[in-house]
Design a binder for this molecule. Structure first.
Ligand SMILES: NC(=O)c1ccc[n+]([C@@H]2O[C@H](COP(=O)([O-])OP(=O)(O)OC[C@H]3O[C@@H](n4cnc5c(N)ncnc54)[C@H](OP(=O)(O)O)[C@@H]3O)[C@@H](O)[C@H]2O)c1
Length: 247
């Protein structure tokens, strides 16, 4: 039977590329998109391009109601996920709180909602950035972050940073959001090991998308392949680029 993957923010960019490749490989692909029309258009486009099985799922990772509704719809459809790719992300103009909300809390919220639907032996891939490498943080924030071993404590830590308007981040909000996402990945890997669910963070590198801009050195195919490693690897708990462990 075909495996099912849910990819957030898959209506364009790297998420769409990951959807394209997995559809070509025979996966049933759920194209997560916060805008229903954009999601439907992307799923249609990819069905035409690949001949694969893709359908849109409306999912705004920053809204509890949206994420819960998506999880309910999948549950009611008796859909089980073999893979979840937390790809949705923002960079730049939206401001620190919204950046943390989307890039960190969005992945946490989606993961928690989808965990009951994830099969034992499945995978969670969090799309990160080298800007979030723990090595970029100042020593104090780095030690504090890496010492956190539970999801709730990590969420509280990030909420406190938002309340403090960034004092203590040790980097900008985007870097902080991805550093926290990497730590969430390590926590999930340990927590879900008894169910053989693998959790990895994968960095696409600097890629020519709307986010990366035209001057980025990497193609969308290269970025997508780097992310896809998280779906296929037997490893867990790592941060990877192009299949090489970077953190
Ligand atoms: N491009 C790079 O150089 C680069 C480098 C390192 C890491 N990354 C990471 O790779 C991931 C994908 O980036 P990209 O370059 O493909 O970016 P992109 O082209 O800007 O696409 C971002 C995607 O995320 C979606 N999104 C944003 N906020 C969302 C929300 N609240 N709920 C659901 N979806 C939401 C967007 O949906 P809309 O169309 O509705 O806006 C879009 O589909 C991100 O996590 C990013 O941080 C990118």
């Amino acid at each position: 039977m075909a495996k099912t993957v849910l990819i957030t923010g898959a209506n364009r960019g790297i998420g769409q590329q990951v959807a394209r490749v997995l559809a070509t490989q025979g996966w049933d692909v759920l194209v997560g998109a916060r805008d229903r029309k954009k999601g439907a258009a992307a799923a249609k486009r990819l069905r035409e391009d690949t001949g694969g099985r893709l359908r849109a799922v409306e999912l705004d990772v920053t809204r509890d109601g949206s994420v819960m509704a998506a999880a309910r719809a999948l549950r009611d459809g008796a859909i089980k996920l073999a893979a979840l790719v937390n790809n949705a992300g923002i960079y730049g103009s939206a401001g620190p709180a919204q950046t943390l909300e989307t890039n960190f809390f969005g992945a946490l919220r989606t993961t928690e909602a989808m965990l009951p639907l994830l099969v034992d032996g499945g995978s969670i891939t969090n799309v990160t950035s080298s800007l979030g490498a723990a090595g970029n943080l100042d020593a104090g924030p780095r030690a504090e972050l890496l010492a956190i071993v539970e999801r709730d404590a990590l969420a509280e830590h990030v909420r406190a940073l938002v309340r403090a308007q960034g004092r203590g981040w040790g980097t900008d909000a985007y870097g902080a959001s991805k550093a926290a996402l990497d730590q969430l990945t390590r926590i999930l890997a340990r927590e879900l090991a008894p169910r053989a669910i693998r959790a990895n963070a994968t960095d696409p590198g600097w890629v020519r998308t709307d986010m990366g801009g035209r001057g980025a050195p990497r193609t969308i195919e290269q970025g997508g392949a780097s992310v896809l490693f998280g779906v296929t690897t037997e490893c867990t708990g790592g941060v990877w680029r192009d299949g090489e462990r970077i953190d």
